[in-house]
Ligand binder design. Sequence first.
Ligand code: FES
Length: 577
Amino acid sequence: MTTEELRSRNWFGPKTLDGFMHRAYLRAEGFSDLVFDGRPVIGIANSWSELTNCNAHLRQVAEAVKRGVWSAGGFPLEFPTISLGEILMKPTTMLFRNLMAMDVEECIRAYPLDAVVLLSGCDKTTPAMLMGAISADVPALMVTGGPMLRGNWRAEELGSGTDARRLWAERRAGRLSEEDLCEVEACLSRSTGHCMVMGTASTMAALAETLGMALPENAAIPAPDSRRLALAELAGRRAVEMARAGGPRPSEILTAEAFDNAIRADMAIGGSTNAIVHLVAIAGRAGVPLPLRRFDELSRTTPLLVNLKPSGKYLMEDFFYAGGLPAVLKELLPLLHGDARSVNGRTLADNVRDARCWNEDVIRPLGVPLASEGGTVILFGNLCPDGAVLKQSAASPHLLTHRGRAVVFENQADIARRIDDPSLPIDETSVLVLKHVGPKGAPGMPEWGAAPIPTRLLQRGVKDMVRISDARMSGTSYGTVILHVAPESAVGGPLALVRDGDPIELDVPGRRLTLRVEEAELGRRRLAWTPPPPHFTSGYGRIFLDHVLQANEGCDFDVLRGRRPVRREEGGGPDRL
Ligand code: FES
């Protein structure tokens, strides 16, 4: 691509009033006229925020990217995006993932950018940025913020989320003192970075790398490790090369084969269930059909190789020292499309050919897996005609084939109110059903699926029960938890028809979830069903309710699917003057 073909030249090249104004106003930031000499403009989309602890170090990462851009002869311009902090944002970050994707897409479209480096970290920020960048389809690559260092409490290693929930349950059961819990509070998150189990943030970082949208090794370098800044610098340099070459663009990288690779990687690392919703949404932006059945097909033939919490034993820091994602992809190579392209211009096979595994207890060889199947399975049946999701690697083996009677809760407030009611007829064989927590029902499909187990059962030593909902579950959670039931109860899906005492059968080997109630009776219940009132009648919430798709379609907005590539001639004049 010639200098004059760069998109940014539409802003800074013309010897017109527009060009003069664009240059003159940007020089308010103290740039010399050298930055307008035809060098590519690299946007650094930064989701830094003090409200998002996982992304709070991204300004330092952005400085490293800038270093790389300057050193390669580019002109870096950093801009903020909205940021989705999993811990503080209510009711759920998922309500805003699509909003963030719109923010990223429209900023790329509206500003004079020849390529973009996307800085993400906390769960939803990674898929949101990928979705926006794919729709805009300018050359883009991602640098994630990296996982935190291991948590440490006394002699115990702690994994964020996973061990927080476990120790909270211990406290509820009376086996941990208030003082101990207070000590744990200070030990869990002891560095910058995102959750350091194989939760959603770690999973999405791994999938961004597998898809080819991030440089090799990006996923696992701990946030405080100097190598993350070095990688960010290289990403800045690479962005300049991509801008000059005019690619590769996301549409050239994100093929059906790349998504197959991502699904296999997800299964092999025991990735978060949330990854399924996000991958479907990302594929929808790229125009690649990705039905849930594809996840199950690949899950059956992809072994679980990575021994990380919540499915296994170790944490992301161990994963990095063991070789990280390249070592996993090298093992998986016989099952992958090795010729899939990556942002660094090489194929996936080229990128991982020299990878080494340094600890086979963390990353197992293909021939000695932790399990012969992938971590996540897709269920179908009359309770979930459009599918449901279960993380079998984080479930209790004795519950994977189970029949029990439903104990039904109408919504999150209902379960909070009644779960510890001594008169609740519930035991460890019951199937806990939580309704109205899906995309439209909650709304935003919050991570409420790992519903609490009654305290009196916890005190008797019960650690898991079958739980079913149309919600999601935190990637750091565990248990026999069936999620993403589609269609959801709030739109009249069969989950809405379940009543207390109904027999429910879970058959994970057969991939079935069945409500054992006569069809005639379900028909009568269906006729009597009325939709709940909408949560919003105006504002962004109304837009969300009007446009959000069901879980099996990725919960994107119907009007946002697909690509809307920026055009070179985009970039009008300063019309405010
Ligand atoms: Fe941000 Fe877990 S809270 S990744």
